[in-house]
Write a protein that binds this ligand. Structure first.
Ligand SMILES: Nc1nc2c(ncn2[C@@H]2O[C@H](COP(=O)(O)OP(=O)(O)OP(=O)(O)O)[C@@H](O)[C@H]2O)c(=O)[nH]1
Ligand SMILES: [Mg+2]
Length: 436
């Protein structure tokens, strides 16, 4: 698997963290130190490692966990977010049917292979990509691309007798009639030099590609950043394709260095075969490193408690009816316990203990009782006097005492809501619930 070391290191740190009994400064620091070691081993630049570990530590110690997360889980969430940032976010590259796409890069970086991989990828997406060989420099370039294109079932154009690459491209575009994304393989040079850049620029000006993608060999590690920057200065690079991530222990270095120089990596090559290619998305990638199943549950949990603003407002301004109580009980049963909900409110401690400990079973009974009430009773519980209590008890098959218990519970809840129902607190509460 690609990035075995990085993935294993991260997973080990998380397992260790999960075993800790409490999350204090010491535990957070140790966790961060573990992450540092893992990132350094994956060739991530020291400065970047220090920056990200500082952020994880600060946020881990300061931030209140959103939603239903505990502090450990929140630390994992923060680590995930910071790693996604480190590796370059999660944007997708838009490729349209009529695009001309030029691939550039130094010799041996994997351009020719990648042209075909990208072509096959787009074909799987239902497009009809065409390939042009504009490399007139490398002996055998024409044959190599022609053969690979046949293997991938892609239409191909090239001319081994023509030395002018621009002429070949123009002829190819004419032949394909501007239909389907056209992928153009360009020539590499021995090293990154001005002559090659001028050549690329010359082609660029004439054919005005819709996208110019830089192919970078990830085995150069952190130097990928420098190379990406140099190319970006000379020509209009729209994004990066990182190759050879399979054979490299330096993938983390290459990926993070690209992100640090604002060169977005959109695709990665993960092997010699034409199917060893995938779209790169930092969010998905980091999820996979950490263990996707684990993380998805955790991120969902962070968002789980989302009250709709309107009902929260009513709830906090004292306009609290049995209908609101009903919704609230539904929320609670979704979340497990009232205590958990209340603990997340900024005023949890003010609530009498016996109200927190109300049993789920009791809430279930309350719900059954309310199902026997009329809409009017739900909206104006004050009208529920003795005869109505008896009718509701009969209708719901419960005791009259239980109906009274519900009404008492409702009154206490309403009173309590009123006491902390000012706007500022409400806003704070809303922020807390939306996890911002
Ligand atoms: N393991 C691995 N090998 C790759 C990958 N991408 C390309 N290669 C290999 O890298 C070598 C060079 O690939 P090419 O596609 O010919 O590179 P190029 O940039 O077109 O080279 P020039 O045309 O000479 O500039 C070939 O042996 C490919 O099989 C990859 O993702 N993983
Ligand atoms: Mg080539």
């Amino acid at each position: 698997m690609v990035f075995e070391g990085l993935s294993q290191g991260l997973r080990n740190s998380i397992t260790k963290l999960r075993r800790a009994i409490i999350v204090d400064k010491r535990v957070v620091r140790e966790f961060v130190r573990d992450i540092q070691k893992t990132l350094l081993a994956a060739d991530v630049n020291v400065e970047l490692v220090l920056k990200i570990s500082k952020r994880i530590e600060e946020r881990g110690l300061l931030e209140k966990p959103p939603g239903m997360l505990d502090r450990k889980e929140n630390l994992i969430r923060i680590t995930y977010e910071e790693l996604v940032n480190l590796l370059g976010g999660g944007e997708r590259l838009e490729i349209k049917e009529n695009y001309k796409i030029l691939l550039v890069g130094i010799q041996g970086s994997g351009k020719t292979t990648t042209v075909v991989k990208l072509g096959k990828f787009l074909k799987k997406r239902g497009m009809n990509p065409k390939v042009i060989c504009a490399d007139t420099f490398r002996a055998g370039a024409y044959e190599q691309l022609k053969q690979l294109s046949e293997e991938a079932n892609l239409k191909f154009y090239g001319n081994p007798n023509e030395k002018n690459s621009l002429k070949i491209i123009e002829e190819g575009i004419r032949k394909f009639g501007g239909e389907g994304p056209i992928l153009i393989d360009s020539e590499g040079r021995h090293k990154f030099d001005d002559e090659m850049m001028d050549e690329i620029n010359r082609i660029y000006e004439k054919i005005t590609p819709d996208l110019t993608l830089l192919v970078l060999d990830s085995t150069i590690g952190q130097d990928a950043g420098e190379q990406a920057r140099a190319f970006a200065e000379k020509c209009n690079v729209n994004g990066v394709i990182l190759t050879k991530l399979d054979g490299s222990a330096k993938g983390g270095g290459a990926l993070s260095a690209c992100a640090a120089t604002n060169s977005r990596v959109y695709f990665i090559g993960t092997g010699e075969h034409i199917d060893d290619f995938e779209e790169f998305n930092a969010e998905r990638f980091v999820s996979r490193l950490i263990g996707f199943g684990d993380l998805r549950g955790l991120l969902e949990k962070a968002k789980e408690v989302e009250f709709d603003e309107k009902s929260a407002k009513r709830f906090m301004t004292g306009k609290f009816t049995l209908e609101d109580l009903y919704t609230q009980i539904e929320q609670i049963s979704k979340m497990g316990s009232l205590r958990k909900l209340i603990e997340m409110l900024p005023l949890g401690t003010k609530i009498p203990k016996d109200m927190l400990d109300i049993q789920e079973e009791k809430l279930r009974i309350f719900r059954i009782i309310m199902d026997s009430m009329t809409k009017e009773e739900m909206q104006n519980p004050e009208i529920i006097k003795r005869s109505r209590v008896e009718r509701i008890a009969r209708g719901s098959g419960r005791k009259t005492e239980e109906v009274r218990e519900l009404l008492n519970y409702y009154k206490r809840m309403k009173k309590m809501m009123k006491t902390f129902g000012d706007e500022r607190r409400l806003r704070r509460l809303m922020r807390r619930f939306s996890g911002i």
